[in-house]
Design a protein around this ligand. Structure first.
Ligand code: ZN
Length: 463
């Protein structure tokens, strides 16, 4: 009898809990109306014109302007004549390295890294320096339409705090490297730091903590294995620089008689989400293996061209079903974080090296910069395309500049003729971070003056 009574009470409580979700339609909080909506969904649907209804953090509906207007009433952004599209996803960067933008140009990777960047970092990187640099990067990303970025740096908890305050989404990797660095004297310290950081941000709406073992050439087998085991135990993604240059592959063969991919495979390194940055010097067998191990590739065409690192076999990756996203790499090797440029250069580079203009089309470049990047980062259920049920990570891109006229093909215009500066409004998780070029989550003049002041430390460090 008592059990039956308890069951009845439980049923009433369950009904009360369920009732609001059943009875009340999710409240619409924002409407973007009458734009050219490029969804980047599975059917590459473009609604011209189309409107989007956003409720809280999520996209509720995408439909014709008339249908959305009939069903929903809320604050409305008029996007007439503008492109409305998913926010861009930068799958590989080192945000705070904007502070070294323009240092040591026109060098090869190993020379640039070992003689300029590593020494400058040893003298300047601190929690405050990382906060200042990441704020500058966040400002640049919001202003150029990036809504999610993958980061690899030091003091990653500071990167996470700044990213969250700026309202951006991040898959943020704490660096693990063999030699002493400003936030860790030993790799063991870096592993401990990763664990604390991952626990602090577990389950966060915007931040996905990750671990970033730097590369095969800067880590020994023991640390690579420990980093991988920690990633699996904490269920966090791994980010690693992989086969970026022929020098790396050569060093690997000389020291270990194995290529970088074989080393990692022999260590059972791969986690459920592993992001291989660059993956330029990869042969056909390794492409098959990366597919089998579900490793995603971050293609960084601008950094690879500037440092003469080579060209990633993007067409072969895509043919083999390997997920490919785009990245800018750190601003010190690019020298900006503009993902529109990354899209255009990714397409042009593949067309040139394959001598095939169809190698990467405009819709394919756009997919790599959005849903493809989301897949690489394990975020495709949440973001990467405009679809009801996904988070509202949306950008509105102006199409009225002379270089954007006339407008025949909106996707081609986005990829081949638009720039980060054309982004007018940036929305992440349903929140407006920039509206009509005014950034709402960062004090722009303060961010710029702090960065200029901190640049003095860098000047002194490289004198
Ligand atoms: Zn990098």
């Amino acid at each position: 009898m008592r059990i039956r009574w308890l069951a009845a009470v439980a049923a009433v409580i369950a009904a009360l809990i369920a009732w609001p979700t059943l009875a009340i339609q999710p409240a619409v909080s924002l409407i973007i109306s009458n734009g050219i909506v490029i969804t980047v969904d599975g059917n590459r649907r473009v609604l011209n014109p189309g409107s989007i209804a956003i409720g809280g953090t999520d996209i509720l509906a995408i439909d014709t302007p008339a249908n959305i207007a009939a069903r929903y009433k809320a604050e409305t952004i008029d996007a007439t004549g503008k492109v409305v599209m998913p926010g861009l996803i930068n799958t590989h960067t080192h945000a705070a390295m904007v502070m070294y933008r323009g240092l040591g140009n026109d060098l090869a990777l190993m020379d640039w890294l070992q003689n300029y960047i590593f020494p400058a970092e040893a003298k300047t990187v601190s929690p405050e320096f990382v906060r200042i640099g990441t704020r500058l990067a966040a400002l640049e990303m919001i202003q150029s339409g990036t809504t999610l970025f993958a980061d690899m740096y030091y003091f990653e908890e500071e990167v996470a705090r700044v990213t969250k305050a700026a309202g951006l989404r991040g898959v943020l990797g704490q660096t693990v490297i063999e030699f002493p660095v400003p936030d860790a004297k030993t790799p063991a310290d870096a592993l401990k730091r990763t664990e604390v950081f991952a626990r602090e941000f577990r389950g966060d709406e915007l931040i996905t903590p990750a671990i970033a073992p730097h590369a095969v050439y800067t880590l020994d087998a023991k640390t690579l294995t420990a980093a991988s085991e920690l990633a699996k135990r904490l269920a966090i993604p791994i980010q690693i620089h992989l086969a970026e240059t022929s020098a790396e592959t050569g060093m690997s063969q000389e020291r270990h008689k194995m290529r970088p991919v074989a080393i990692l495979d022999s260590l059972k390194f791969w986690a459920p989400v592993t992001i291989a940055a660059h993956a330029v010097w990869i042969n056909a067998d390794e492409i098959t293996l990366l597919k089998q191990r579900n490793v995603g590739v971050s293609n960084n065409p601008e950094s690879n061209m500037k440092l003469s690192s080579g060209t990633a076999p993007v067409v072969a990756y895509r043919g083999a079903g390997v997920n490919v996203g785009l990245g800018t790499d750190g601003a010190a090797s690019n020298n900006d974080l503009d993902m529109f440029e990354a899209m255009r250069q990714a397409a042009f580079q593949q067309k040139l090296v394959t001598m095939d203009p169809t190698a990467i089309s405009a819709p394919e470049a756009l997919e790599m910069a959005t849903i493809g990047g989301a897949r690489v980062l394990g975020q495709q259920a949440r973001t990467g395309s405009l679809e009801p049920g996904k988070r509202a990570d949306v950008i509105i891109v102006g199409m009225s500049r002379p270089r954007q006229q006339p407008l025949f093909d909106p996707v081609a215009q986005v990829v081949y003729a638009s720039r980060g500066d054309d982004v007018e409004t940036t929305i992440v998780n349903g929140a407006i971070l920039m509206r009509n070029r005014k950034v709402l989550t960062l004090d722009e003049s303060r961010v710029l003056s702090d960065a200029r002041s901190a640049a003095d430390q860098v000047r002194k460090a490289v004198q």
